[in-house]
Design a protein around this ligand. Structure first.
Ligand SMILES: [Zn+2]
Length: 70
């Protein structure tokens, strides 16, 4: 089986790329009860498991990041 890898922002937990179901870029990182990692779509509720997470630094390009706090 091919390895499933996602890229996630370390600070916000926002996952890059579109949801496999609704294609919206509204995914957040989740951890399952067995400590496996995956993502959950905030738009449609779809979840997916991943084998590995590549952590992304740099909140500047993160639309869900804290950079716009007053
Ligand atoms: Zn979705």
């Amino acid at each position: 089986m091919p390895e499933v890898v996602i890229q996630a922002y370390r600070v916000s937990g926002y996952v890059k790329g579109p949801c496999t179901k609704c294609s919206k870029e509204e995914r957040g990182l989740v951890m399952f009860d067995d400590y496996g990692l995956g993502w959950e779509c905030l738009a449609c509720g779809e979840i997916g498991r991943v084998d590995r997470v590549e952590w992304v630094e740099g909140a500047d390009e993160d639309p869900h990041g804290p950079e716009f706090e007053a």
